[in-house]
Design a protein around this ligand. Structure first.
Ligand code: ASP
Ligand code: MG
Length: 424
């Protein structure tokens, strides 16, 4: 069994969907679970729709129309027969979307969000599955809401692996693997609770779904098909002369993605590492090119890799009574960070000062800071960047700190992290 994941960009229009078909035709002898994200920027549009519905804004209708027109234009390009059943299937999904966004919200924002936003993946999988059938790639459409069982932490749902593994294995038994059908199509990003409410796994969570499907089926490999040739040593959006990394260890992949490499979702690695399943990152534009392989082992990156997290905040805490920052203080500080759901990217401790670098997420930070202020003098610097260099050398440090003021620096044997500000 192989698991393939196609993200939004790889199904953003009719030619892209056709390309997915072409890639799959290159694997006639494999059983493949195909995990698909919402088409193009649909998730963003559905987020806007959720807000318009929740806050009862007039744009609700036009956003809905926009999403509908976009999907129908792709369907028209793919299916010339207007009596094809896909027209009815997606019409039905739009009726569901209409219902979900009509009247007044009944639940809190995050709960409503998941019921609405998840439909992007339902639409994309309906379309891709029907298209693959049309070109002779017979496949079975699976509903992730009944497979990926989660708790009810809406928008950040946690997977119940034991139940999910059972659900997925049962579903696989029902598909005629091996037989005429060798492809299953399933939504990324979404799951369901034991009460049959839909949940989502966090933005960009389809990679994670692919890893979970692989975990549950003991797959041979996962391939994430991207618009880049593989994992690069820096983000090509910001830097020229990036190099593609051929091989990467799970550990390095986690370090790089956790600190901002957006090429794969950081949660993807753990389920794969746990079952020693290799992860391939390949180009959907050049499917025969080698890409990057992420696997177990002692593979040192051949070149320094660096990633940036922007919009960072450096918070400095000093006990008001001039006491030391001792373990008891630290315990309380961490509890507050946890309570406000603020993750710490880097920290530094001295006798009476504790500095932490975090995402500058206004809505979470203001509550945290006001609680910290009860006990501590709180200072902060905003508009910072955190740069993480894995397998650093002086050249790379000089390159990334050009025209920057470094506020905090930490070096370990393999990694250097710099909190800095633009001076230009
Ligand atoms: N469609 C979801 C998103 O855009 C999940 C994904 O693309 O991985 O966040
Ligand atoms: Mg995506």
């Amino acid at each position: 069994m192989k698991v393939f994941k196609f993200g939004g960009a790889s199904v953003k229009d009719a030619p892209a969907v056709k390309n997915v078909g072409k890639i799959l035709q290159g694997f006639p002898d494999d059983k493949i679970i195909v995990v698909i994200s919402a088409m193009g920027k649909t998730t963003n549009a559905l987020e806007r729709l959720t807000e318009a519905f929740f806050y009862q804004k007039p744009e609700r209708k036009s956003i809905l129309e926009e999403i509908k027109a976009y999907h129908f234009s792709i369907v028209k390009d793919l299916f010339s027969d207007e009596n094809h059943s896909i027209y009815d299937s997606i019409e039905n999904t739009f009726v569901e979307l209409e219902w979900a966004t009509e009247g007044f919200p009944e639940h809190d924002f995050d709960h409503e969000y998941d019921q609405i936003v998840s439909l992007g993946e339902i639409l994309s999988t309906q379309i891709v599955s029907a298209y693959l059938n049309q070109i002779g790639l017979k496949n079975s459409w699976l509903d992730a809401r009944g497979l990926i069982q989660t708790d009810d932490s809406y928008r950040q749902a946690k997977i119940d692996f034991v139940q999910t593994e059972k659900n997925v294995q049962d579903a696989m038994r029902l598909i005629q693997f091996p037989g005429q059908i060798s492809i299953a199509v399933v939504q990324g990003f979404i799951g369901g609770t034991s009460e049959n409410f839909t949940t989502t796994l966090g933005r960009e969570g389809s990679d994670y779904t692919a890893a979970v499907m692989a975990y549950c089926t003991n797959a041979d490999s996962v391939t994430i098909w991207k618009d880049v040739p593989g994992v690069l040593n820096a983000d090509p959006k910001w830097f020229n002369n990036t190099v593609k990394i051929q091989q990467l260890s799970y550990q390095d992949a986690i370090e790089l993605t956790y600190y901002g490499a957006t090429v794969i979702h950081p949660k993807t690695i753990k389920p794969l590492q746990n079952k020693n399943i290799p992860l391939l990152v390949k180009s959907f534009v050049e499917p025969d090119a080698e890409g990057t392989i992420i696997s177990d082992g002692n593979i040192k990156l051949p070149t320094p890799s660096f990633i940036f997290k922007v919009n960072q905040l450096l918070i400095s805490l000093q006990p008001k009574d001039f006491s030391f920052i001792a373990e008891e203080n630290l315990g309380n500080i961490f509890l507050l960070f946890h309570k406000h759901n603020v993750s710490i990217h880097m920290m530094q401790l001295s006798a009476i000062n504790f500095s932490v670098c975090v995402d500058n997420n206004e809505s979470k930070i203001s509550g945290l800071i006001s609680e910290l202020q009860n006990e501590y003098k709180v200072l902060y610097n905003d508009r910072l960047e955190l740069c993480t260099i894995r397998y650093y050398d002086q050249n790379t440090i000089d390159r990334v700190t050009e025209n920057k003021l470094v506020l905090l620096e930490q070096k370990s044997r393999y990694t250097v992290q710099l909190v800095m500000r633009n001076t230009k």
